[in-house]
Design a protein around this ligand. Structure first.
Ligand code: FE2
Length: 198
């Protein structure tokens, strides 16, 4: 659907495969996820971690939807400002149920007690909060830096191939925001449980 919105706004642009790959990100994929709660069933922990990741990504995507709607609804840059903007709003409303069911399911799990592999118990709140903390730390600290470095390397490489003047890279650098990640995620582990937080 994002591609349909792009095609409406930019009149079916031809996107060379290498450009598409660059847009998708050429950096290394994240290392294998470390287990935060090895005492839990591995499949259960993996499912909870995935649910937490998807929820966080969906919430962060709200800013991307606002940006996409604003940009593709702008007649200065969009060939179809009404239809392209409407397409972005449709994608956005399509995501709403994903956010709601994840929020509901994770809230339910957080209020319950989980049984460990050896028959012990773990508070759902401790597990869900630790996973949220880990994901939010990555999404607000290392991930944006990696994505920026990735994009910068792509821009530099494309400029070199095209023989573009170096000032374009300076302009790219000047676009960097001065946003700093909050010091806390709001889901910090209680003291004494730090070993599970990272
Ligand atoms: Fe979704």
């Amino acid at each position: 659907m994002w591609e349909a919105a792009r095609d409406l706004a930019l009149e079916n642009p031809r996107v060379p495969p290498d450009v598409l790959m660059r847009v998708m990100g050429v950096g290394g994929r994240p290392a294998e996820r470390r287990r935060a709660f090895p005492e839990l069933d591995e499949t259960l922990e993996a499912m909870l971690a995935t649910m937490v990741n998807v929820l966080a990504i969906e919430v962060f995507a709200a800013g991307t939807f606002e940006w996409g709607d604003r940009l593709l609804s702008d007649p200065e840059v969009s060939a179809e400002p009404e239809r392209a903007g409407a397409m972005v709003r449709c994608i956005c409303s399509d995501e709403t149920p994903h956010v709601e069911y994840l929020r509901t399911a994770l809230s339910e799990i957080r209020a319950r007690t989980l049984v460990t592999g050896d028959g012990g118990t773990l508070a759902g709140r401790r597990v869900v909060d630790a996973l949220l903390h880990r994901t939010l730390r990555v999404l607000t600290t290392s991930r944006p830096q990696e994505q920026r470095a990735d994009t910068r390397a792509s821009v530099a490489d494309a400029m070199k191939r095209a023989g573009a003047p170096p000032r374009l890279l300076e302009e790219f650098d000047a676009l960097g925001s001065s946003w700093n990640a909050p010091l806390t995620t709001g889901f910090e582990p209680p003291s004494g449980a730090e070993a599970h937080a990272t």
